[in-house]
Design a protein around this ligand. Structure first.
Ligand code: SF4
Ligand code: SF4
Length: 222
């Protein structure tokens, strides 16, 4: 999932400066799971903003909606009547959701309430970890299902840097050395000999460097 975090309230109120009818739009998918932009967070932020305006004697209206999935146009339609009545929209979706909302309503400013952080998952309650850098050319079959691009602090592809101590990374001892994890995983699977192969330089042409990427499935197109 996409993992995101709420921006500080002072940054959000600065974004909303001068607007008097604000629609907070949450998303029912990833940002709900990572407790950043679901129903609970939308209502909590709405309450904080109403209080903020009341303390300053500002007559602003704050409305709320939670769209099932902000990155799917078919789900955005349900919010159209509410968006039409707003001066601006504060999206609690990830950066993708913000952009899809903004594309659908080019006449209305759509602002991000979240900082979108990474593609990852739940490590334990209240802890989300990065797992994928969306490189477009996955090599997890070579590394025991552990991504060296994201989980090694130096994104090394052919073994450790030599600075690992006790299985911890030399860049940050709070994190595990990815290459120690890869070694342990492949050893446990009886596949250690696979580490002897030298990987060629990675083909980054399928990564972000060529501009915005797209996936087109002709069999699914109208
Ligand atoms: S190799 Fe690329 S696609 Fe696979 S997990 Fe790592 S960053 Fe993601
Ligand atoms: S200690 Fe391990 S995770 Fe850290 S940079 Fe070196 S090889 Fe990568």
């Amino acid at each position: 999932m996409i993992v995101a975090e709420l921006k500080p309230l002072d940054q959000i109120t600065a974004l909303l400066n001068g607007y008097r009818s604000i629609l907070l739009a949450g998303c029912g998918e990833c940002v709900t799971v990572c407790s950043a932009g679901g129903e609970k967070e939308v209502q909590s932020l709405a309450a904080a903003l109403r209080l903020w305006y009341r303390h300053r004697g500002v007559a602003a209206r704050v409305h709320t909606v939670v769209i099932q999935r902000q990155c799917e146009p078919e789900f955005l339609a349900e919010a159209d009547p509410l968006v039409a009545k707003a001066d601006c929209v504060l999206s609690l979706g990830c950066g993708v959701g913000v952009q899809f909302l903004a594309e659908r309503h080019p006449q209305i400013p759509v602002f991000p309430a979240l900082d979108t952080k990474f593609a990852g998952g739940t490590v334990e309650p209240g802890w989300w970890g990065e797992r994928c850098g969306l490189c477009g050319d996955c090599i997890l079959h070579l590394t025991g299902g552990i991504c060296p691009i994201i989980r090694c602090s130096k994104s090394l592809l052919n073994g450790p840097c030599g600075g690992s101590q006790g299985g911890r990374c030399e860049v940050n001892e709070e994190i595990e050395c990815a290459w120690q994890l890869i070694y342990d995983r492949l050893k446990g699977q009886g596949r250690l000999e696979e580490l002897e192969a030298i990987l060629p330089p990675k083909d980054w042409s399928r990564a972000r460097d060529g501009g915005p990427r797209r996936v087109i499935r002709e069999d699914l197109r109208p």
